[in-house]
Design a protein around this ligand. Structure first.
Ligand SMILES: [Zn+2]
Length: 100
């Protein structure tokens, strides 16, 4: 009783590689200096910094501060997170709409 399933090892790979060529953005000029994008990127960066500072502060106070104080910091960190997410969305939306 010898049933041997011979593996068909002759399948070639690499045929499905498609190269997405020729899609060059014509917005490179806008990319260089879009004031609004720069401003939004800066807002995002500072919002992100504020968020990470808030989290750092929260960690510092963890276990040492009063419940109320901790809750306040937790809220502040959350608000900073939401703010940074909004800033990121605003930046992404601008890039999508402006193509910069
Ligand atoms: Zn722009």
């Amino acid at each position: 009783m010898l049933v041997s399933a011979l593996p068909n090892g002759s399948r070639s790979v690499g045929d499905d590689v498609t190269v997405d060529g020729g899609v060059y953005s014509d917005n490179i000029e806008a990319m260089k200096d879009c004031d609004q994008k720069n401003r939004l990127a800066q807002e995002y960066e500072s919002a992100t910094t504020q968020f990470s500072e808030a989290v750092k502060e929260l960690r510092r106070q963890m276990g040492t501060s009063l419940k109320e104080e901790y809750a306040r910091l937790d809220r502040a960190a959350n608000e900073a997170r939401v703010k940074s997410e909004h800033a990121r969305l605003a930046l992404e939306e601008h890039i999508a709409a402006h193509g910069c």
